[in-house]
Write a protein that binds this ligand. Structure first.
Ligand code: UDP
Length: 491
């Protein structure tokens, strides 16, 4: 007898893959034992980094019968085409992989005795959507950011029609999205800033397909973002089409049980020695990095703040204007060359700098950590939320400015840093914000608020909690869909 499977198609990149794997594990946990399997499609080539390969191997060993990875054959693509933006090329690579390999993989899965119950795709894998529709497979999006960014992306095609200039040319204009604090046009995600860039058209195409799906699964919970959740439910965000069912099933965060740790990380050993709630953790996601000048200002701010800190520093990008490097950039660099002379000695005992990577989930949950300077990546946001740690919001790229606005203005879980015009943050500004979070009455209130939000996050997953109910509803919809659709060609 054929076994039911749910196919997950994450965008390439560690963050996207981890989120999808966690969703897969959640589906398994909430299904009767042995009733369903999870099949995950993986884009290979330069996108499958050693870290991703070892992660996939670990998950395959932990869930040998229930989670299977299907790697696309390697597709050679010209990634050095200077006539196109980096993002446009990345979107092209996903599209080409989808066109060449996606339906072949689905057929392969169906032929190996599986009945595909549903497909769950990442926002950036929208090119799979028409193919899945043709094959009559119920298709859902897994939206790996929050309800605020989802509300904005549902509405973005409409805003795109209302203005005739590129958003980058409306830099100081505020945009109004239903359910969101007002937002500077220049703070939209980088691919949509220039409407002459092919990435703009791609992004609008992704946005306009969200409403065509059988449902959108979102990694947030209703109590965290009640205002955009309400705006979406009231039909204010999707215009000219009905709003699809939206399932808020978060927070889903990296399950550290899957992490194979041979030796305790040096920073956790160091944290063991620090007083409770005293350490500020600074970490900017899997790709965030700063110019040497910005690294120096951070060091100045930390030193002058006189607070304890644990700081993850990444190699400054080769292009000094960039705040972001690819995951494949050179990892080896001399820390002493990018930090001010004598900084490490002067802050010895109260500060620790680690190169490249720290086990963030464990760090945030360490009792010594009392604050987090974050780039507002959504996974980092949820990890801090579940750990009950308040933040200083320093957005860098993607939808992070949207997340910052929600975190600072709606959720009141973060203090925002003031940026100069070129998004540079001075040492004195950082010093002020660090003192505010770690050593002021406002910081104490934010810590209380974060503890309260953590309780609410845990409640969302209790029996009859909003996220547990949303997941059950989604299961029921998939059951309904498969009962009523004429069975797809793949059966
Ligand atoms: N992360 C980590 N250690 C680091 C940097 C990042 O464990 O030094 C993890 C972090 O816990 C999170 C993910 O990488 O799970 C980053 O995801 P997020 O959505 O916050 O940001 P992105 O990397 O997608 O910009």
């Amino acid at each position: 007898m054929k076994k039911d499977t749910v196919v997950l198609y994450p965008a390439p990149g560690m963050g996207h893959i981890i989120s999808m794997v966690e969703l897969g594990k959640l589906i398994l946990r909430h299904s009767p034992p042995n009733s369903i399997t999870i099949s995950i499609l993986i884009t290979t080539g330069p996108y499958e980094t050693p870290a991703i390969t070892s992660y996939i191997t670990r998950i395959s060993h932990t869930y040998p019968r229930s989670i299977t990875f299907h790697r696309f054959p390697h597709l050679s693509v010209d990634t050095d085409d200077c006539s196109r933006s980096h993002t446009a090329i990345q979107f092209d690579i996903i599209r080409l992989n989808t066109l060449h390999h996606f339906s072949h993989s689905l057929h392969h899965i169906a032929q190996t005795d599986h009945h595909i119950r549903a497909l769950v795709i990442d926002f950036f894998c929208t090119s799979a959507f028409p193919i899945a529709a043709q094959l009559r497979i119920p298709t859902y999006y897994f939206y790996t950011s929050g309800a605020s960014a989802l509300a904005a992306f549902f509405y973005l095609p409409k805003i795109g029609e209302q203005v005739d200039k590129s958003f980058k040319d409306l830099a100081s204009t505020y945009l109004h999205f239903p359910g969101l604090p007002k937002l500077l046009a220049s703070h939209l995600p980088e691919p949509v800033l220039d409407r002459n860039d092919p990435a703009y058209g791609d992004f609008i195409y992704f946005c306009s397909h969200l409403s065509k799906a059988d449902g959108v699964i979102v990694n947030t919970f209703e109590d965290l973002e009640p205002i955009p959740v309400r705006a979406i439910a009231d039909g204010c965000c999707v215009v000219e089409a009905p709003t699809p069912p939206v399932y808020y099933i978060g927070p889903i965060i990296l399950d550290s049980i899957d992490e194979e740790v041979e030796k305790k990380h040096e920073c956790l050993v160091w944290l063991d020695e620090q007083p409770n709630g005293s350490v500020l953790f600074l970490c900017f996601g899997s790709r965030g990095s700063f110019s040497e000048a910005q690294v120096r200002e951070i060091a100045i701010g930390l030193e002058r703040s006189e607070q304890r800190f644990l700081w993850v520093v990444r190699a400054p990008p080769r292009n000094t204007n960039s705040k972001q490097v690819s995951e494949y950039e050179e990892k080896d660099f001399d820390l002493n060359k990018v930090l001010p002379d004598g900084f490490v000695e002067r802050t010895k005992g109260r500060g620790l700098v680690v190169k490249e990577w720290a086990p963030q989930v464990e760090v945030l949950n360490h009792k010594a950590v009392g604050g987090f300077v974050s780039h507002c990546g959504w996974n980092s946001t949820l990890e801090a939320l579940v750990a009950g740690v308040p933040m200083i919001a320093w957005p860098l790229y993607a939808e992070q400015h949207l997340n910052r606005a929600a975190l600072v203005e709606d959720m009141k879980m973060a203090i925002g840093v003031e940026m100069e015009e070129d998004e540079f943050v001075s040492g004195s500004e950082l010093e002020r914000r660090v003192r505010e979070l770690m050593a002021s009455e406002k910081g104490r209130e934010m810590r209380e608020r974060s503890t309260e939000m953590r309780e609410r996050a845990l409640k969302a997953w209790e029996e009859q909690g909003s996220s547990a109910n949303a997941l059950n509803k989604k299961h029921k919809q998939i059951d309904g869909n498969t009962a009523t659709i004429v069975r797809g060609k793949l059966d």
